[in-house]
Design a protein around this ligand. Structure first.
Ligand SMILES: [Fe+2]
Ligand SMILES: [Fe+2]
Length: 151
């Protein structure tokens, strides 16, 4: 994976997240499917966001021209984390659960679209080719640790 950029690598995760969100959206009540898929989504997104912050966003925050964009995304990570914790505590069988899930889903889809359409493009302009490949390698190394921590 030596030639992969951090942007391509992150987009691969985002596509997985989109699939999981659609699958969770089709679940009903306090079912094993809903619990299993939501648990997987929460662990995966928590680890993704942490590894993303340790690589791409750490680099953006250290760059005067990219700092503002980076801060915006990191703030959205916190917002999503709060939604995920709230959903985990809620009664999975209540109608409110799916309504809340869909609010989180909309926010998360907005977040990853903004990353792909704005953040990555801004970062790609400001960072060297070597740097975006180095960040992909670093992400690949950090992600398993973060998955373990999030599980
Ligand atoms: Fe993110
Ligand atoms: Fe992301």
């Amino acid at each position: 994976m030596a030639d992969e950029t951090i942007f391509k690598r992150l987009k691969e995760d985002h596509d997985k997240h989109r699939t999981l969100l659609d699958l969770i959206d089709k679940t009903e009540g306090d079912s094993e499917g809903r619990r299993e898929l939501f648990g997987r989504f929460k662990t995966e997104v928590t680890a993704h966001a942490a590894a993303e912050e340790e690589t791409l966003y750490a680099t953006m925050l250290a760059d005067r021209d990219l700092r503002h964009e980076g801060q915006h995304s990191v703030a959205e990570h916190k917002e999503i984390e709060d939604y995920l914790e709230e959903l985990e505590e809620m009664d999975y069988s209540s109608t409110g659960w799916l309504a809340r899930f869909r609010t989180m889903k909309d926010r998360y889809l907005h977040h990853i679209e903004e990353e792909e359409d704005e953040m990555f493009i801004a970062a790609a302009k400001g960072l060297s080719d070597a740097k975006v490949k180095e960040l992909a390698d670093k992400f690949e190394k950090r992600k398993p640790d973060e998955l373990e921590r999030a599980a």
